[in-house]
Design a binder for this molecule. Structure first.
Ligand code: ADP
Ligand code: MG
Length: 217
């Protein structure tokens, strides 16, 4: 068993520096539902108001951190576990991290949620009927899957389990991108609580780390 090491500068100190809390917005939905589009639009809106943001996007993460993983159920579970742990580090860094991952399984989304303090994890269900996602076919994946050239595509021959109680559900075939962003900004604002006006002084460094600063939960 490895004992956690604690450090002097804590999450709260980083949040005070940023002027906002760390949160994860977790986008789930079919390929083509609009996860990347909405993560991008939300990040632009947040960045313009000087929030500290980062996007973890499924396709990009699969080119690096998770490039050893495929699309079997077991690999999808490991893919989600890794990105959830990375998102947890970003939240501890005091940032607003936007995770755009199909994340098809309810149990794995729940496992991701449980890594966070309640209120830190905001699940956004990017919801479109399969027929709409398939018609958009932004990456040509549905056509490939229908022709038999691609296996394990979520919604076709791999299951998608829709969230039962997401923090926000957005029908991207019915709402404009701007309307979706407005709703996400409202959700994020209501998740922020109040920030202390004055930063708590960070203790001077000692030869040993402060033991009163809790490590990650
Ligand atoms: N309200 C909306 N929100 C998000 N995407 C939308 C919306 N309306 C239309 N779209 C379009 O749907 C497509 C979604 O693709 P993408 O964001 O790559 O999906 P995903 O990342 O979920 O696979 C884009 O072409 C986007 O322009
Ligand atoms: Mg995407």
């Amino acid at each position: 068993m490895i004992a956690p090491q604690s450090f002097t500068v804590a999450r709260e100190d980083r949040e005070l520096l940023a002027g906002h809390r760390g949160r994860v917005v977790w986008f789930t939905g079919l390929s083509g539902a609009g996860k990347s589009t909405l993560a991008n639009a939300l990040e632009v809106a947040l960045h313009r108001t000087q929030k500290r943001t980062y996007i973890l996007d499924g396709d990009n993460i699969r080119r690096g951190l998770c490039k050893d993983l495929g699309f079997s159920d077991a690999d999808r579970v490991e893919n989600m576990r890794r990105v959830a742990e990375v998102a947890r580090l970003f939240v501890d860094a005091g940032m607003l991290v936007l995770v755009a991952f199909i994340s098809p399984f309810r149990a794995e989304r729940q496992a991701a949620r449980e890594l966070f303090t309640p209120g830190d994890f905001l699940e956004v269900f990017v919801n479109v009927p399969l027929a709409v996602a398939e018609q958009r076919d932004t990456k040509g994946l549905y056509q490939k899957a229908r022709s038999g050239a691609l296996a394990h595509l979520t919604g076709i021959d791999s299951p998608y389990e829709p969230p039962l109680a997401p923090d926000l559900a957005l029908r991207t075939d019915l709402l404009s991108i701007d309307a979706c962003v407005e709703r996400m900004l409202t959700l994020l604002a209501s998740s922020q609580g109040t920030m202390p006006a004055i930063a708590r002084p960070v203790p001077a460094p000692h030869s040993r780390c402060e033991s009163d600063r809790a490590p990650l939960p």
